[in-house]
Design a protein around this ligand. Structure first.
Ligand SMILES: [Zn+2]
Ligand SMILES: [Zn+2]
Length: 117
């Protein structure tokens, strides 16, 4: 993983892990017909990262299955605007049980800008 903001600025930085939130649906891994382990986790994980140059971003989405592409392209990365204090916000995540769609609700998305100038 690399900080995209630093990449744009041709800077190097260290990325540290911040808070992590997740939904808490039960998920059962399984072995398929070929003996491959699959873990298709419908929970939504929101992980905060901070880079050493002062950028912050969150990655939201399911975990990727270790042995197939499940979950691979579902992750959303959002960069936080400078000065945004997300740590004081409560983030509500849930999965709509009827459709399986992830719902990342209210406060955090309005606090976050994915756009760069
Ligand atoms: Zn950075
Ligand atoms: Zn899989």
């Amino acid at each position: 993983m690399i900080c995209e903001k630093c990449k744009e600025l041709s800077q190097k930085s260290v990325i540290t892990f911040g808070k992590c939130y997740s939904t808490s649906l039960r998920c059962d891994p399984y072995y398929d017909e070929y003996g491959m382990y699959h873990y298709h986790d419908n929970n939504c994980y929101t992980q905060h990262y901070d880079c050493s140059k002062g950028h912050s971003f969150v990655v939201t989405g399911p975990l990727q299955c270790p042995n197939c592409d499940w979950g691979k392209n579902k992750k959303i990365t959002k960069y936080l605007t400078v000065g945004t204090n997300v740590s004081s916000n409560v983030i509500h995540l849930k999965t709509d049980e009827s459709t399986g769609n992830l719902i990342v609700s209210n406060s955090i998305l309005t606090e976050i800008s994915g756009e760069s100038q």
